[in-house]
Ligand binder design. Structure first.
Ligand code: RIB
Ligand code: CA
Length: 315
């Protein structure tokens, strides 16, 4: 039986790479394609990294589509301090001589219209590609079976600003467009992803004694983020943001979700990219401001870590 058909939209980026590794090592999923977007790193780097990771895993059968090189309106922002200038931490993978398969917008339009209600889209970078696909073909996102997005923060502080998470901050206009598209959206915000952090000692336990390429990649890719968090927060830790979105599709039972209504701020000088959730207790659901979505509030962190480790770093 073939797995759940999924399309991964990402800005690899270290945790994106780990999410891709987890997805490819999960027989429950049938990864149809990788779509890249400017975010953690510029689009060329993200696209080369997508191809390189597939090469490392022997999966160059999976097409990579090159996506948006800049947000809908804002100037591009990147996160080299966390992911390293090459986007994969301290690792450098060979770049197979493979060209991207074409435009993301056309691919998304094609696959979602040819297989309505079947394909799950897992988006773990800025939502520029999805917004462009929706703008080109109104209603196309609603043909996805489900859209799982790693992004935003609701009750949790932001990571790139006091109140905004990187993916939504990098392209707030795209995030708003996707939220307002009417697609069935499951949001995996920092509220949930901050519950799953890996420190150096746990990472050592995971990779020590494993001589295979993936183990070297996991350790080397996480190093700049561990050094950055050590410097900034005084405690080295790595958040498995993007793998959590994959985990939501693999084992929804270890996640807790609730319905809420959200919108995305696009004008604020201080609030750019903020997720504004209508949590007012005295307002009934029919009158809440914003769009109703599935909000992933919590996760069984131990169960998720065990699943991630078993898929990415099998004994
Ligand atoms: O805020 C975390 C998110 O921003 C992750 O997807 C990370 O890869 C970056 O894209
Ligand atoms: Ca990402």
């Amino acid at each position: 039986m073939s797995g759940i058909p999924v399309v991964l939209d990402m800005d690899p980026g270290v945790d994106d790479a780990l999410a891709l590794m987890m997805a490819l090592n999960s027989p429950e999923l049938d990864v149809l394609a990788v779509c890249t977007v400017s975010g953690n790193v510029p689009i060329e780097v993200a696209t080369n990294n997508g191809i390189s990771i597939l090469g490392m895993l022997g999966r160059l059968d999976i097409p990579v589509y090159r996506g948006s090189e800049r947000p809908l309106k804002r100037e591009p922002v990147h996160a080299a301090e966390v992911h390293g200038p090459g986007g994969l931490g301290d690792t450098e993978l060979p770049i197979p001589d493979v060209e991207p398969s074409g435009s993301v917008t056309e691919f998304l339009g094609k696959i979602l219209s040819e297989r309505p209600g079947e394909v799950t889209v897992i988006a773990v970078g800025p939502l520029t590609n999805l917004a462009r696909a929706e703008s080109k073909r109104r209603g196309i996102l609603q043909k996805a079976k489900q859209l799982v997005v790693m992004g935003g923060s609701i009750r949790e502080p932001g990571n790139v600003s006091p109140i905004a998470e990187f993916n939504f901050y990098a392209d707030p206009d795209a995030a708003r467009a996707v939220v307002r598209s009417g697609v069935e959206l499951t949001l995996v915000p920092l509220d949930a992803t901050h519950q799953v952090q890996i420190g150096r000692s746990e990472l050592d336990r995971w990779v020590d004694g494993k001589g295979f390429a993936e183990a070297h990649f996991v350790r080397g890719s996480m190093e700049p983020a561990l050094a950055y968090t050590d410097r900034i927060y005084g405690k080295a830790s790595f958040c498995l943001h993007d793998p959590m979105a994959v985990g939501c599709v693999l084992r929804p039972s270890i996640f807790q979700t609730t319905r809420t209504s959200i919108d995305v701020e696009v004008e604020g000088e201080l609030a750019n990219g903020q997720v504004v959730a209508d949590l007012r207790p005295f307002v009934d659901d029919r009158h809440r401001k914003g769009v109703s979505i599935n909000w992933v509030t919590d996760v069984d962190a131990d169960a998720f870590k065990a699943m991630f480790k078993d898929r990415v770093l099998p004994e």
